[in-house]
Design a protein around this ligand. Structure first.
Ligand SMILES: [Zn+2]
Ligand SMILES: [Zn+2]
Length: 285
């Protein structure tokens, strides 16, 4: 996806000033680093405004994903830029033992950002378990510290996969992870990267030289591998999926209640995934 070599040099289609360094799969545009960054900020702003993800002068807990550390760090820089008019109080949550939090702190733990580290004995087996765990733990900390919202850097392709998997397995709780916003009591869980594709962020990470390895990796099951391939071959599917999710939400899952840990649609007070994880959620205090 890099454009390299003298003869291959092209001007950025957005600014028409700088050399392009990246061809975007979603649009075919070729972009310079700055225009890629600006475009991602714009996509985040769009989600934030459309879904009312932040309110002025509120506080937010931004979660570092243990299996996508560098993407989370770059995501935070994008998120901060996109919310700069909102006068937010920023906190970052890092899960020690799963993540090298000192390294993360080196990148983002300054400039009036609260840095919260927790220890965990949890070893997630599935991606959706990790997502639920991060949501539930972040909500718990937010309630304790009176933080208004939790922001998790999950990307368009990942959210599409979760909602598709939820529909295919008729699982309310998995389906809910594809939604832009969930609520647990007074805490809002938001996905500010609702329109952002992970490959764009991965490229920006390389261009910016954010070099943090994830100590913890998640293996993809065969469904995820196949579905990813289909999604990346048809970017339209990733975006058309947004509408499907909105329609399905009220139609199929309207009669559900909400899980008290993760805010997902559920038939019981605690969804089936959080009930499996409850000992790990409860150990955080
Ligand atoms: Zn440009
Ligand atoms: Zn749950």
């Amino acid at each position: 996806m890099f454009i390299s070599g003298e003869e291959g040099k092209r001007l950025c289609t957005a600014c028409r000033k700088r050399d392009a360094v990246y061809r975007r799969i979603s649009s075919g545009e070729v972009l310079c680093k700055l225009c890629l960054f600006r475009s991602l900020v714009k996509q985040v702003r769009k989600a934030i405004h459309y879904y009312k993800m932040v309110s002025r002068s509120s506080s937010v807990l931004y979660v570092i994903r243990p299996e996508a550390v560098a993407e989370s760090v770059i995501g935070f820089i994008i998120y901060k830029k996109a919310t700069k008019d909102f006068n937010l109080v920023y906190n970052v949550l890092c899960i020690d033992k799963l993540t090298n939090c000192d390294e993360v702190k080196h990148y983002i733990g300054q400039n009036n950002v609260g840095f919260i580290t927790i220890e965990s004995s949890f070893k997630p087996q599935k991606f959706v378990e990790l997502v639920k765990y991060l949501d539930a733990v972040a909500v718990k900390i937010s309630k304790k510290l009176k933080i208004n919202s939790v922001a998790v850097p999950l990307f368009r392709d990942e959210l599409s996969l979760l909602s598709l998997l939820g529909i295919l397995t008729i699982s309310r709780t998995i389906f809910s992870e594809g939604l832009p916003i969930k609520n647990v009591d007074s805490v809002k869980i938001v996905r500010p990267f609702f329109y952002v594709i992970s490959t764009d962020v991965a490229m920006l990470k390389v261009l910016e030289g954010v070099d943090i390895d994830s100590q913890f990796l998640m293996e993809c099951d065969s469904f995820t591998q196949k579905a990813k391939k289909i999604l990346f071959n048809s970017v339209e599917l990733m975006y058309s999926n947004v509408k499907t999710v909105e329609l399905m939400q009220s139609y199929i899952f309207g009669i559900s209640t909400r899980c008290k840990y993760c805010g997902a649609f559920s038939l019981n007070e605690v969804c089936e995934i959080c009930s499996r994880l409850s000992q790990y959620i409860d150990e955080v205090n």
